[in-house]
Design a protein around this ligand. Sequence first.
Ligand code: PMP
Ligand code: GLN
Length: 384
Amino acid sequence: ANAMLSALPTTIFSVMSALAVEYDAVNLGQGFPDTEGPADLIDAAAAALRDGRNQYPPLTGVPELRMAVASANARFCGIEVDPATEVVVTCGATEAITASLMALVNPGDEVVVFEPLYDTYLPVLRMLGAVARPVRLLPPHWSLPRAELAAAVGPKTKAILLNTPMNPTGKVFTRAELEFIADLMVRHDVYAVCDEVYEHLTFAPVRHVALMSLPGMKARTIRIGSAGKSFSMTGWKVGYVTAPAPLAALVAKAHQLLTFTVAPNLQRAVAIGLEKDSDYFLQLSESMRQSRDMLTRGLRSAGFEVLPCDGSYFVIADFAGLGFAGDDVAFCEAMTRRLRVTAIPVSAFYDPDGGPGPRTLVRFAFCKRPEVIAEAVSRLARVD
Ligand code: PMP
Ligand code: GLN
């Protein structure tokens, strides 16, 4: 058996969701909306199933979705790309991340990552034989530690793997931070893989900036989006990669090995979604901002210190002031069992082989209906 996979624990998101079910807890752990996405997309996906285009679609995605991804790049980020050669549709951002890293790295290459990090990054890099160079961001603001980042980039660095808006921190990289990264990339001839699944989930006045839109970055950047997040249907698993043609061709080869194609009806529905007017995207982020505010207020009144959050589905709360004797894992288990509210321990987002990270931070998902957030808050009010 493969030693790395044998040693890989089951993802914390599934573990905590199972615990939430066991204790009938309000699940603010795993990040998924509890409402359906847009009805017109669901209708379009259902209609597309019936109209007889159910065989393998093209390797890089159906043309209408590739065109919609290209126009969305232009509309939202000012990035001009060729839909025929610079877009690849994948099974969610999860596959896109793996395929992009497969496209870029050779064994021994170094890839800079930012901690806390999403749970697939490190295992995938290690399976590819790459060397991860974690750079730690620090609470509460998670600002880019510029000197440390500059020190982590060197002759062996192949790429920087970046997530903005960032899970679990809710941080949105500023234009100045991205400019600093871009400058390092040019000076050291480095690529970037940008996981931008929460690109439409930023809260005013903060806006998402795509690294790929900065001068000189198009040739060096692989940008990843997800229909699951932009259309609130995480089960659809439709992702999209935008990359310069030579890199997109390699991402397509990786995709050929991993899954080859993506369900055509879902692709066609997502194409319609990406063409929605700006009201749709504004409403999505505005309703998510209200949910963030509601949960933040509730967590504060229950005695948590809530860290700032400018984007994503998540806020981080510090339970240090609550007098709980135990770490974040123990806290999340106890909160599920005793108060029947589930969250994710933030230590799950750190390299298990790295130095100790924060131990009193937990991540709560607010992509839930107001009545669900209200129920969670009322259960948390019993915290002692
Ligand atoms: N990257 C990040 C940062 C995520 O939070 C998620 C899922 N929540 C993904 C990637 C995976 O996206 P998908 O469901 O489209 O595979
Ligand atoms: N990305 C989601 C989260 O951060 C969960 C995805 C998963 O369950 N693998 O909660």
